[in-house]
Write a protein that binds this ligand. Structure first.
Ligand code: ADP
Ligand code: MG
Length: 243
């Protein structure tokens, strides 16, 4: 499992994460909620080392990172392979077909034999409902389809965790639904996930735990039910403002 101990991050004078101590349980989905600018993306990006906090301890099973010390490139690579950020679908390679987009990482990074990578990619495409799109190019896909390919591409790397930052924010409601269905399915297959979302109904449905951040503080860190039934005035007004 991923655990963080007193993670702190600032941009200049702006303290964005303040001593965040939490964990992201294995085989579960943690949803990060909070107002805009509260530090959600910075926290998520820190899990993939796209941001470097100034201090704090980050553990992923046997791997420990102390942010107050230099991080070796070997450790960075190791961690990046074990956590996979799903970027919006427009991050796909435009000159490669859907299938080739998915096998790129397994073949070149994991050194999976090509036949095997193709088999796996086809299974993944079927599981995100896009079996018939393997020969399409990204420009021929809808936003929702591209996002589902991006999810399949991440899963092809067999990461321990997949990280998603507002995975449906660029999509129309009906395309959003098809992406959320796929994420729910992956959740039900016990893939460890950390998701930042503004979709409260989805958070309620998919989250095993909620981490609510405000001004860089973890204001709530616990079970989903406890969050949605909280008596805390601030949490109640946040939920009301989002629904
Ligand atoms: P959220 O995802 O919750 O909206 P962010 O993590 O993106 O919040 O941002 C938290 C704060 O950090 C904001 O005040 C934002 O302006 C600031 N911030 C984020 N990224 C950078 C950056 N690269 N440089 C400077 N400030 C940043
Ligand atoms: Mg954000």
């Amino acid at each position: 499992m991923i655990s963080l101990d007193k993670l702190s991050k600032r941009f200049g004078d702006n303290v964005v994460l303040k001593d965040i101590t939490t964990n992201f349980p294995e085989k579960e989905t943690t949803v990060i909620l909070g107002p805009s600018g509260s530090g959600k993306s910075t926290l998520l990006r820190s899990l993939n080392l796209l941001e470097k906090p100034e201090s704090g301890i980050y553990k992923l099973d046997d791997l420990t990172i102390d942010f107050s010390k230099p991080i070796s490139s070997k450790t960075t690579l190791d961690l990046r392979q074990r956590t996979e950020m799903v970027f919006q679908g427009f991050n796909l390679f435009p000159h490669l077909t859907v299938l080739k987009n998915i096998i790129e990482g397994p073949v070149h990074v994991l050194k999976t034999p090509k036949d095997q990578a193709i088999q796996e990619a086809k299974q993944l495409l079927a599981s995100v409902g896009l079996a018939e799109k393997e020969d399409a190019y990204p420009a021929q896909l809808s936003g929702g389809q591209a996002q589902r390919v991006a999810i399949a591409r991440s899963l092809a790397m067999h990461p321990e965790y997949i990280l998603l930052d507002e995975p449906t924010s660029a999509l129309d409601p009906e395309l959003e639904l098809e992406v959320l269905k796929v994420l729910l399915k992956i959740h039900n297959e016990n893939q460890s996930m950390v998701i930042v979302t503004h979709n409260m109904a989805f958070a309620k449905q998919v989250a095993n735990k909620i981490l609510f951040i405000e001004h860089g503080d973890a204001r709530y860190d616990g079970p989903t039910d406890g969050f949605f039934n909280s008596d805390d005035a601030r949490i109640k007004s946040f939920i009301a403002s989002m629904t």
